[in-house]
Design a protein around this ligand. Structure first.
Ligand code: ATP
Ligand code: MG
Ligand code: FE
Length: 349
């Protein structure tokens, strides 16, 4: 089984071709960093236009790299949401057109499901597993019991963790995108120099919070001369990153404790989403999993940040179950993984 995947939900335009036996035949990603950099964040209208400008060429590149024609495909998958509506429309229309013209099934993939199932493309990971999804728009702990079987254990009550990285990086005067820049700035910094809070640590439950930490960094920055002295920048970045690691690990610890009672058969923890590229977070979670005798799986960094291989793979997982979508499928800018969950999430400004 061979599936073409298309990803356009945020600021990466991507096309990939993946097989059911877990081979990535092509994986092309075009990041729109240059388009959005002057604004310090993603501008939805610019993103939608850029997707439209590039998607046909990227699909053609992916097909050529794989040495395939559309007739060789078993299905066409696209991100159907959640994300920025303009971009999702571009990807979904492109996938539907290819599917309609070549008589192939169309699969609408939840972008978060793409992140959630990536570990099954890159490693031998069986259901069930605990998933920490940490990305630009989300911070969630989920029990994954099967394709489509997601139970939300906790989520952020304010900022997503990637959002906190990006906003904190901006405060520190680091370039966009902030996450990777902040990780680089933190290298060699003294994490203990500034006292920063560990949000939610020690409290019951698995919800997250990052806005208080972000505010604490801002208060420190406001007491400093501008531009920030190099050492202060490194120390603040290191302090922030360490606080995030400890906060994340503490909340995951609660989830592992909870699961050891309710679902002792769960023995694997997976991290996914763009923030999973962060080495300090990976190290913190590796140690935590060792404490619980859990296997820890983190996909390669290239497949943690947005890409279409994860969409093609989720497409394969869904296609194997017969879960295709009609050509009347409407993009879903909001599309929770666990529709039954009652969340308290509010967007912080
Ligand atoms: P979502 O998946 O929730 O819709 P998104 O698709 O925009 O959001 P991803 O592309 O999965 O998010 O991840 C992007 C985020 O990951 C950004 O916030 C970025 O700063 C963050 N990120 C990437 N690399 C790192 C890193 N090394 N350390 C910390 N954060 C990182
Ligand atoms: Mg992105
Ligand atoms: Fe993403």
């Amino acid at each position: 089984m061979i599936v073409l995947g298309i990803e356009t939900s945020c600021d990466e335009t991507a096309a990939a071709i993946v097989t059911a036996d877990r081979r990535i035949l092509a994986n092309v990603v075009l990041s729109q960093l240059d388009e959005h950099r002057p604004y310090g964040g993603v501008v939805p209208e610019i993103a939608a236009r850029a997707h439209l400008d590039h998607i046909d060429r990227l699909v053609a590149e992916a097909m050529a790299e794989a040495g395939l024609g559309f007739a060789d495909l078993d299905g066409v998958a696209a991100t159907g949401g959640p994300g920025l509506i303009g971009g999702i429309i571009v990807g979904v229309m492109t996938a539907k057109s290819i599917a309609a013209v070549h008589g192939k099934p169309f699969v609408a993939v939840n972008h978060l499901e793409g992140h959630a199932l990536t570990a099954r493309l890159t490693d031998d990971v069986a259901f069930p597993y605990l998933l920490l999804l940490v990305s630009g728009g989300h911070c969630q702990l989920l029990l994954v019991e099967g394709v489509g079987g997601y139970t939300l254990l906790g989520s952020t009550i304010d900022d997503a963790v990637g959002e906190a990285f990006d906003k904190t990086a901006k405060m520190l005067g680091l370039p966009y995108p902030g996450g990777p820049a902040l990780e680089r700035a933190a290298a060699g910094g003294d994490a203990a120099r500034f006292a920063l809070p560990r949000p939610m640590l020690g409290r019951p439950g698995c919800d997250f919070s990052f806005s208080g930490l972000k505010t604490a960094v801002r208060q420190k920055v406001e007491q400093m001369p501008r531009p920030l002295p190099e050492a202060a920048l490194a120390d603040l970045a290191a302090g922030f990153q360490t606080a995030v690691c400890e906060s994340l690990a503490g909340r995951c610890r609660n989830a592992l404790k909870q699961l050891s009672v309710s679902h002792p058969q769960v023995r694997t923890m997976v991290v996914a989403g763009g923030v999973a590229a962060n080495q300090a977070i990976r190290t913190a979670l590796t140690g935590l999993c060792a404490d619980f005798d859990y296997r820890f799986v983190a996909p390669p960094m290239k497949l943690c940040t947005d890409n279409a291989a994860m969409i093609a793979w989720a497409g394969i997982e869904k296609l194997r179950l017969g879960e295709t979508a009609p050509l009347t499928f409407a993009p879903r800018p909001r599309w929770p993984l666990d529709p039954d969950a009652v969340t308290t999430q509010v967007r912080a400004t």
